[in-house]
Ligand binder design. Structure first.
Ligand SMILES: Nc1nc2c(ncn2[C@@H]2O[C@H](COP(=O)(O)OP(=O)(O)OP(=O)(O)O)[C@@H](O)[C@H]2O)c(=O)[nH]1
Length: 351
């Protein structure tokens, strides 16, 4: 019997979820900025075995974008408060999960079978996993089935060397997913595989070009089928001793830009090219949904690689403002800040 919609003693239905099969299977999808998490989610969600998956996304940047970039039933997607999920954990995840559950309970949301959490690319998965395992509210309603980490074949070697977040994400994953192998030289991929084996020898390494991966290889059976038998494995011991590095995002800066009126695409492209050429090494992420002549355009970039802009047929939501997020070191954000006002009148930093 599905007890998941029965109200509990406290009035919150999720407090009553103490049988194992009634708890919602959860997978955590970590991976550094721009490593292909959303691409993987979008591809997975097209798989019939993933039907009924709710998605919770967390972004580092003040203008919400990912909800519009996840090609999913918007009612099945919740955005967790801006910032780094692992640093602002208290409340954010509870809030997000409670919003999903209460919408389901009120009939405003179709039933869902599992939850995929996509934290921001700067998040440490350990405290998030700990919260699911230990927070009384979350632990009663959810069970952590998998920690997956996307690894950017093109940039991971540098990210592993420069960003401790990447090392942590790789080290804690049950399964690693190498992305962008279509862009990286075979020798680079071979060396990266050796580095990954050194950091996390137990994790299988799958490959996903444009997010194409077999859901059954990526997730344990109990994530896809909540009634499947639990494997006889030891609890995740690494989580017990782990402490979050609460100040870790201080070395990164972000700019969140908004424009109410349509942007001049040529001026935008020329501005972005200048930023990319001058600051590629420190430009960790560019992500935007822009209102330009002809309709909305998605812009994506990581370091010097800016993907071909994607024109959308329709706006994914009623918000038709241009939104752009840059994540980099402070000097790069300052340099960008000095140039955009002149190059792109109308594109304003969100205060
Ligand atoms: N060529 C190629 N591009 C990819 C692949 N996977 C992702 N991308 C591109 O890489 C860029 C970043 O991908 P996302 O899926 O948005 O990355 P993300 O990890 O969700 O990014 P954040 O949420 O900002 O951390 C996009 O332009 C994708 O189209 C791949 O396997 N091959």
């Amino acid at each position: 019997m599905d007890t998941s919609s029965a109200p509990g003693r406290s009035g919150h239905w999720f407090l009553s979820q103490d049988t194992d099969s009634a708890r919602l299977p959860v997978a955590l999808l970590s991976g550094f900025l721009g490593s292909g998490k959303t691409t993987l989610v979008n591809t997975l969600l097209r798989d019939p075995r993933m039907a009924g998956t709710a998605v919770a996304v967390n972004e580092f940047g003040e203008v919400p974008l990912d909800r519009d970039l996840i090609a999913h039933d918007r009612d099945h997607t919740v955005v967790m408060a801006n910032g780094c999920l692992c640093c602002n954990l208290a409340g954010d995840m509870e809030d997000a999960v409670m919003r999903l559950f209460s919408r389901r309970q009120s009939g405003g949301l179709p039933a869902f079978e599992r939850l995929l959490i996509e934290p921001s690319g700067l998040s440490d998965p350990a405290p998030i996993a700990q919260a699911i395992l230990r927070n009384p509210l979350l632990a009663r309603s959810m069970r952590l089935e998998a920690i997956v980490c996307t690894v950017d074949a093109l940039f991971a070697a540098t990210q592993l060397a420069r960003h401790p977040e990447t090392r942590k994400q790789v080290a804690l994953a049950d399964t690693l997913v190498l992305t962008k192998t279509d862009l990286a030289a075979p020798e680079v991929v071979r060396r990266l595989r050796a580095d990954l084996a050194g950091l996390n020898p137990a994790a299988p390494v799958l490959t996903a070009v444009q997010g194409e991966v077999d859901a059954a290889a990526l997730f344990p059976p109990r994530f896809l089928d909540r009634t499947a038998t639990a494997p006889d494995t030891a609890p995740r011991s690494f989580l017990a001793a782990d402490e979050a590095d609460a100040g870790h995002t201080a070395r990164y800066a972000s700019a969140s830009l908004l424009a109410e009126s349509p942007l001049d695409w040529r001026a935008f492209e020329a501005w972005l090219r200048r930023i990319r050429i001058a600051h590629a090494e420190n430009l960790l992420r560019v992500k935007g949904l822009l209102n330009v002549a002809g309709g909305p355009v998605v812009v994506q970039g990581v370091h010097h690689v800016i993907s071909a802009p994607v024109r959308l047929d329709t706006w994914p939501s009623i918000d038709m403002r241009s939104r752009l997020v840059l994540i980099a070191d402070r000097a790069t954000i300052e340099a960008a800040r000095e140039s955009w006002a002149e190059a792109l009148p109308g594109l304003l930093a969100r205060p």
